[in-house]
Ligand binder design. Structure first.
Ligand SMILES: [Zn+2]
Length: 125
C-alpha cells in the first residue's frame, strides 16, 4: 500500500510503500517514553520511503549512541520518523500518528524493550 503522512501543521510530509499496517510498537527507552509515539513495527526500507523534500524544515535529534537521526518538524515539533544516521541500518521507522488512514491506537500494539537494548531503534527487536 502507498501511505501518505504529515506532521501536525502540514509543513513536513513524507510517504512510503508498505504491506498493510496492522501493528505498531511502543518503546520504553527514555526518548520514546517522553514522546509517546506509536512507531511502525518495522523499518521501512529506504527504497520504499520518500522523506520530506526540504531538510531545512526538519530538526534532527541525536542521542544515545548517536547513530540514528530522529527527525521532527521545526514548526510544530512533531516527531515524524527516525533513521539514516551514521552506521544505521537501512530504512526508517515512522510515527504512525502522522500517517493518513491509520488510527494508531486501534492497532495491535507491542511494547519493545528499548531500555535494556541500547540500540533497539537500530535493530529489529
Ligand atoms: Zn509541523
Amino acid at each position: 500500500m502507498d501511505y501518505q503522512a504529515r506532521c501536525h501543521c502540514g509543513r513536513v510530509r513524507f510517504s512510503f510503500r508498505s504491506p498493510e499496517i496492522r501493528t505498531g510498537v511502543r518503546c520504553d527507552c527514555s526518548l520514546c517514553l517522553r514522546r509517546g509515539a506509536v512507531l511502525s513495527s518495522t523499518y521501512i526500507p529506504s527504497a520504499d520511503f520518500t522523506p520530506h523534500h526540504d531538510p531545512r524544515d526538519l530538526g534532527v535529534y541525536l542521542w544515545n549512541e548517536r547513530v540514528l537521526n530522529n527527525y521532527f518538524c521545526k514548526a510544530c515539533g512533531i516527531f515524524t520518523y527516525v533513521g539514516d544516521g551514521e552506521n544505521a541500518r537501512d530504512g526508517y521507522r515512522v510515527n504512525l500518528g502522522c500517517v493518513e488512514g491509520i488510527d494508531p491506537l486501534a492497532l495491535d500494539i507491542r511494547v519493545i524493550d528499548g531500555q535494556s537494548v541500547p540500540l533497539v531503534h537500530a535493530v529489529d527487536p
